[in-house]
Each structure stands twice: as C-alpha cells, then as structure tokens.
Design a protein around this ligand. Structure first.
Ligand code: ATP
Ligand code: CA
Ligand code: CA
Length: 180
C-alpha cells in the first residue's frame, strides 16, 4: 500500500467546525505512543525510511515506511501488521536495533468521503492536521495528491503549508536546540 499524505500545522478549533459543516464524520480518538528504531547497519534518517512500533489502546502495530516518493507530500510505501510490542522490541534489541526516539500524540480521526483526516495534538510540538488517501501499489499517485490539496484549500491551506518533516525529526531537532 502507498500512503499519500499531507501534513500541515493547524489550529484544531478552527478546523473542527469546518470539517463537521462539510459533513465529515468522526471515526474515533486514539492515544498513540510510537517508538522509532534505528538499524545498526543503515541510517533510516538518511535513507528516509522508518521502523516503528505504535501502541494504542491495548494493542500494537509494527510499521515500515519507505522513502518519500515526491517533493511536496509525504507519499510513500507503508506496510503495517499487528504485533506483540514487548516481543518485537526484544527481537529488535537482540539484533542490535536501538530506539531512535518516541512520539506521543492524541489523534482525532475523521472521514470525509475517501479522505482520512487526522487532528493530531503532539506532545511537545502542538497541533497538526494530516490528510491521507491509501492507494494500491502501482496506481497513479498524482490525482490522490491533487485531491488532498483540493480538500485542504477549503481550509485556506495550500502546497506552501505542507510540512514534510516527520514528528520524530521535529522532536529530535527540538532536543538539540534545548540541549537535552
Ligand atoms: P502515521 O502517518 O503513520 O500515523 P505519524 O503521522 O505519527 O505517522 P509521521 O511524521 O507522518 O508520523 O511519520 C513518521 C516519520 O518518522 C517518518 O516520516 C520517518 O521518515 C521518520 N523517521 C523514522 N525513523 C527516523 C530516524 N531514525 N530519524 C529521523 N526520522 C525518522
Ligand atoms: Ca499516515
Ligand atoms: Ca503521518
């Protein structure tokens, strides 16, 4: 599966009423706790890949993300599977993988037609909006991307607002600036 995704900074109190007015339905709220891993043989920051265990409401999901596929969004291969968090973390540590960092957030999830809309309140970083379309491998990626930017235009947002930096990178940068 390819995730076609656009992330922007956004004030949730301004976005929420517009979302509901346009008929988007709220799917749920998740408290997500993510641990990203670093491989001993490859720098995922350089290769633009990600290996992550996400824990949410009593279960966990292992995710691999491939390098970003364009210059304006966060479109990339994404493979996910349910796992036992403790067992997988032990396996990774045994193989020499280390923890690169953690991201915690509250994610409110809405559905607007085919588009998944996430209002993310990220610990230490603030409020963001992510919109996403999942596309099968091999399918055209341009039209879903255009569809996402068209959707965002309803909130007065455009390509210049798109943030391609990950939450983890933002947290790691902040740590460097604050010397901890
Ligand atoms: P999702 O969209 O899957 O719910 P998310 O919105 O919580 O994830 P994102 O910021 O969209 O988080 O994506 C996670 C990011 O972490 C990826 O873009 C990945 O490239 C980045 N990342 C993973 N490992 C590292 C690392 N070691 N150094 C820097 N960045 C990393
Ligand atoms: Ca996503
Ligand atoms: Ca994302």
């Amino acid at each position: 599966m390819i995730e076609v995704e656009v992330k922007v900074r956004a004030d949730h109190s301004k976005i929420r009423p517009v979302l509901l007015e346009m008929g988007a339905s709220k799917i749920g709220v998740e408290e997500q706790s993510d641990v990203y891993f670093a491989a001993p043989y490859r720098d995922f920051a350089k290769t633009d890949e990600a290996l992550r265990i996400r824990s949410l409401g009593g279960h966990s999901v292992l995710t691999y993300k491939g390098p970003k596929l364009d210059k304006v969004s966060k479109t990339r291969v994404e493979i996910e599977t349910p796992v036992d968090e403790t067992a997988v973390a032990k396996i990774f540590h045994s193989l020499g993988f280390t923890e690169a960092g953690a991201v915690r957030k509250k994610r409110e999830i809405f559905r607007a037609g085919e588009i998944t809309v996430c209002l993310d309140a990220v610990e230490g970083l603030g409020e963001f909006l992510e919109v996403e379309l999942d596309v099968e491998d091999g399918k055209d990626l341009e039209s879903p991307r255009i569809q996402l930017f068209k959707f965002l235009s309803q909130f007065g947002l455009n390509e210049n607002d798109s943030i391609r930096t990950s939450y983890l990178e933002m947290i790691l940068e902040m740590r460097i600036q604050n010397h901890y």
